[in-house]
Design a protein around this ligand. Structure first.
Ligand SMILES: O=C1CCCN[C@@H]1CCCn1cnc2cc(F)c(Cl)cc2c1=O
Ligand SMILES: [Mg+2]
Length: 517
């Protein structure tokens, strides 16, 4: 195993591939677009599951499991639902050498799998709210070039599907889940995100509205959709006839159609978070030495390494150091810290430093004969390289403090970078140059679809002053990422006065625009 051979800023895609494979997070697989998630990365997914599962259980969500196969008849029940997605559906057409009667799709998402059964199970408002979640894999045979964790043909996710008696209850849950997604990114992965609502064009077409958290990759200045929480309205309950007796309907219900007299369609949500989380964390925190894993999701939080031995070191001294290393590890484990010792006698300390830095271990403790004499250990932070001697008797307090500080400062640094790259733009002439400088644009916007298309088209050209126009590969246009819930106070957007940056119509709100990964 060797270190990373390219600089992150110089060759991002090679850097990303080498960091993932050489840290042993992932390996490539012989089916294009599929990857092997190895223990170091899978542990991060498990930490996310652990956190998110406890939180949704608090909200009364129950885990369930539906089959991964969807019959063609069921999947294509609603032509408009899948028409845009059809090319990416994977089908099973044979078993052994015999053709299947009817092709069976592998789930790309589970609305059409679940909702016929919601219709069967939900009869009365007493059956509401129904709140189920499943942790599973889904398959989408995308043709855009795959990227480990970020765009893969199979990925792991959780998909939540809920049914409610009122829209208000559904709206509340959409926000609760989005807040949990923010916590997964910001509190567990130390990755800052912006919460907002998707434009009409960018939302999940099958739903009523889509709320989202948007990430920012500083190295490329690109945006990345981090997770989504949709209110489906009554679209799917009308599609799948998920109705209840409306307890508020009076006998004098004027509805002529007895079949639906006093019946009402339930209000639904669906929400998803995927293994893309892991890729975003690597991209934000990784450096030229490899991974940097936030302590809250690190399978090894502290690595303790003996050093300072030489030919002159007596066997007694060597044993003393080794025993102290083991004792420190036991002491840290006794307070719940995931500590390990690297006592391999066939590697030098320097080799070991590189080995664990590549794997992103947040904190290293070095212990040698001199440290023993001074009853101390030298701590080295992976995120900023700061070295600080710690008195051995104080480890039980100082190490947890350091891990919390690392977690906090990793987030704060990333948040500052993100905030520094969101630029308020009022005049169109500043729009493309701001994008070309690897920023997001936050700008007064009319929120109309036609305008959104124009902005994408107009911002697809790089501004020639900066770089010679390369006709072959003009940079892609800006997409509307979201309309942030937190709207800028300054410069105030005055309804009826402030104009849309692109089309000059009255701006409604500030929109966040960016090129996407
Ligand atoms: O994003 C989420 C969160 C978790 C549950 N689902 C929603 C909506 C998913 C949209 N979507 C996304 N991709 C799809 C791909 C497909 F091939 C087909 Cl048939 C449908 C879809 C599709 O509906
Ligand atoms: Mg897609």
């Amino acid at each position: 195993q060797i270190g990373i051979e390219v600089r992150k800023e110089a060759d991002f895609s090679t850097w990303y591939q080498q960091v993932l494979t050489r840290s042993e997070m992932l390996d490539y697989y012989d089916v294009s677009g599929c990857y092997i998630i190895r223990p170091l990365a899978y542990n991060i997914w498990q930490e996310i599951q652990h956190f998110f599962d406890a939180a949704i259980k608090e909200l009364g969500v129950e885990d369930t499991y539906f089959p991964m196969f969807v019959s063609q008849r069921v999947l294509e029940k609603e032509k408009d639902h899948i028409e845009g997605f059809a090319p990416e559906v994977a089908w099973v057409t044979k078993a052994g050498s015999s053709d299947l009667e009817e092709p069976i799709a592998i789930r790309p998402t589970s609305e059409t799998v679940m909702y016929p059964y919601f219709a069967k199970w939900i009869r009365s408002h007493r059956d509401l709210p129904l709140k189920v979640n499943q942790w599973c894999n889904v398959v989408r045979w995308e043709f855009k070039n795959p990227q480990p964790f970020l765009r893969t043909r199979e990925f792991l996710w959780q998909e939540g599907h809920t049914a409610h008696f009122t829209k208000e209850e559904a709206d509340t849950e959409v926000k609760q889940i989005l807040e949990l997604y923010r916590q997964v990114y910001e509190d567990l992965l130390a990755v800052p995100v912006i919460k907002g609502i998707k434009s009409e064009k960018e939302k999940f077409a099958g739903g009523l509205y889509t709320t989202t958290i948007e990430g920012f990759i500083p190295t490329t200045g690109r945006g990345i959709q981090a997770a989504t929480s949709h209110c489906l309205g009554q679209n799917f309950s009308k599609m799948f006839d998920i109705v209840i007796e409306d307890p508020n309907a009076s006998a004098s219900n004027t509805s002529t159609n007895s079949a639906t007299a006093g019946k009402m369609h339930v209000w639904q949500n669906s929400w998803g978070l995927t293994t893309r989380t892991i890729g975003v964390m690597v991209m934000i925190h990784g450096d030229d030495k490899g991974l940097v894993i936030p302590p809250r999701v690190a399978s090894t939080q502290v690595i303790v390494i003996p050093l300072g031995m030489s030919a002159k070191t007596t066997e007694v001294e060597r044993q003393e150091v080794e025993n102290k290393v083991k004792k420190v590890v036991e002491e840290l484990k006794s307070i719940g810290i995931k500590a390990k010792a690297d006592l391999r006698d066939n590697y030098t300390p320097g080799y070991k430093f590189n080995h664990w830095e590549l794997r992103g271990v947040p904190l290293r403790l070095e212990i040698g004969p001199k440290d023993l004499a001074k009853q101390q250990t030298l701590s080295v932070r992976r995120d900023n390289g700061v070295k600080e001697p710690l008195p051995l008797p104080d480890l039980k307090t100082r190490v947890p403090e350091m891990l919390n500080l690392i977690q906090k400062e990793m987030f704060e640094r990333a948040k500052k970078v993100y905030d520094d790259h969101v630029k308020i733009v009022i005049k169109w002439e500043d729009f493309v140059p701001t994008l070309d400088n690897k920023n997001f644009v936050l700008t007064p916007w009319c929120e109309e679809g036609k305008c959104e298309d124009e902005i994408k088209e107009r911002s697809a050209r790089t501004n020639t002053e900066q770089e010679p126009q390369d006709e072959k590969a003009p940079s892609m246009g800006a997409k509307s990422l979201c309309i942030p819930f937190d709207q800028p106070k300054e410069p105030a957007l005055v309804p009826g006065e402030t104009k849309c940056v692109n089309c000059g119509k009255d701006a409604k709100r500030y929109g966040l625009f960016g090129r996407i990964a």
